[in-house]
Write a protein that binds this ligand. Structure first.
Ligand code: ZN
Length: 412
């Protein structure tokens, strides 16, 4: 079983220039290989594919004086092979009269080649401690990386996203208990991420941010204030900026440690976990710092739950957060007057009173169970095809240009 781990990387200007150069070389190689394949196909109906195409790629690389990592050209060749296989499938369908005439695979226009693969760890790349990724021909990239890769590292893909940000996608292989089926009878929980407590569960548990984290967040606020008081361009301002950056790092580290314990417990206790889709719906507007802290917690919580669920054979399902705060979890009455200051949800219809976050968590659980049972009747296999936070992993890999067929992700 293979899994993908995706991390942001931070190339320097020089490294970015190199990466862009390799992307362009890869694109040109791709187009040349495609051209040769089409020519061969037109001449005798056969074509260069697979290993032969990989050899041609290496030859072309040398002829053109390209410096993109040699093994990365294998992947370029494999992508041409893949697009040709799709073409053959279309031709076949065409013969059986299903579709219109099949067109050849397309050439890639300038800027349309987005990723470079390093197919054979540890050739071409290494992973050093938790923030360094030496890549052949590029140098050591700074990476936002946690020590959370499990399994045996196989490949690296460096990808440029439309935002201009760069990502490293690392594929590792291991034993993941993904095959388990999740059914409605399994223990399920709804989780609400809130401002006062870190999370509330549909069973009424409230989990607070640990004191140590709260203290660090206080320090963070102080550091922000200190920075804003320093004169622009001054030495002291620079010092204050460094102190602020360190405070952020500390909070991040503490939060992650705490969230690891929390997500381990949740995964152990519950087979099905429902969380809100996206971030908290505008709850903390006008509180920039508070919001960024909250978002970071939510994102990290969702990320950890997602990959841990995958390993444990559990399911994490995201539900639409609309009205989860305002609706009564007991009778469905909507309280449109609910404000952020209201910590207790009081239903004017059925009279129930409970913590607002617990009420929201109960709604999230109810919505999630509804989605699961609907899917259960449609697909006859409980839990299949729901949108989970685990699913994007498969699509990340597909995006990266890998052959999907050699991956065995379970799409929940
Ligand atoms: Zn009610």
């Amino acid at each position: 079983m293979k899994r993908a781990f995706k991390y942001r990387v931070y190339p320097t200007r020089e490294q970015e220039d190199l990466l862009n150069k390799y992307l362009e070389e890869s694109r040109q190689l791709y187009n040349s290989l495609l051209e040769e394949s089409i020519k061969a196909y037109k001449e005798d109906g056969n074509t260069l594919l697979g290993y032969n195409l990989q050899k041609t790629a290496l030859k072309l690389r040398k002829e053109k004086g390209f410096t993109v990592y040699a093994q990365s050209t294998q992947d370029v060749a494999d992508r041409v092979t893949k697009s040709f296989k799709n073409f053959f499938r279309r031709v076949k369908e065409n013969k059986s009269g299903k579709k219109q005439k099949a067109g050849y695979p397309r050439f890639k226009a300038l800027g349309r080649y987005k990723s470079i693969a390093f197919p054979q760890y540890p050739h071409g790349f290494k992973i050093l401690d938790d923030s360094l990724l030496p890549v052949s021909g590029v140098g050591t990239l700074k990476i936002k990386y946690l020590k959370d890769i499990t399994g045996k590292i196989k490949t690296l893909t460096i990808k440029k996203e439309p935002t201009g940000n760069w990502y490293a996608i690392i594929i590792a292989e291991g034993e993941f208990k993904n095959e388990n089926h999740v059914c409605e009878s399994d223990k399920a929980v709804g989780i609400d991420v809130g401002l006062t407590s870190l999370i509330a569960t549909s069973y009424g548990e409230l989990i607070e941010n640990p004191k140590i984290l709260k203290n660090s967040e206080k320090i963070l606020k102080i550091r922000h204030r200190q920075l804003s008081k320093k004169k622009k361009g001054s030495k002291n301002r620079n010092k204050a900026r460094i102190r602020l950056a360190k405070a952020y790092k500390k909070v991040e580290r503490q939060r992650k440690t705490f969230l690891h314990d929390l997500t381990n417990k949740l995964i152990k206790d519950y087979k099905i976990i429902f969380v809100e889709k996206l971030n908290i719906n505008g709850m903390v507007r006008n509180h920039y710092l508070a919001k960024s802290i909250l978002d970071a917690s939510w994102n990290e919580l969702a990320r950890q739950l997602s990959y841990k669920a995958e390993e444990a054979g559990s399911i994490v399902l995201q539900v639409d957060p609309r009205n989860t705060s305002k609706a009564c979890s007991n009778c469905g009455w909507i309280n449109n007057d609910l404000t952020l200051a209201d910590r207790i949800f009081r239903c004017q219809k059925c009279g129930i009173e409970l913590n607002r976050d617990v009420n929201a968590a109960k709604n999230i659980s109810r919505l999630g169970l509804g989605t699961l049972s609907r899917r259960g009747t449609e697909s006859n296999a409980c839990g299949d095809e729901a949108t989970t936070t685990g699913k994007p992993i498969a699509s990340i890999v597909a995006e990266a240009g890998k052959l999907e067929s050699d991956l065995h992700f379970r799409n929940y």
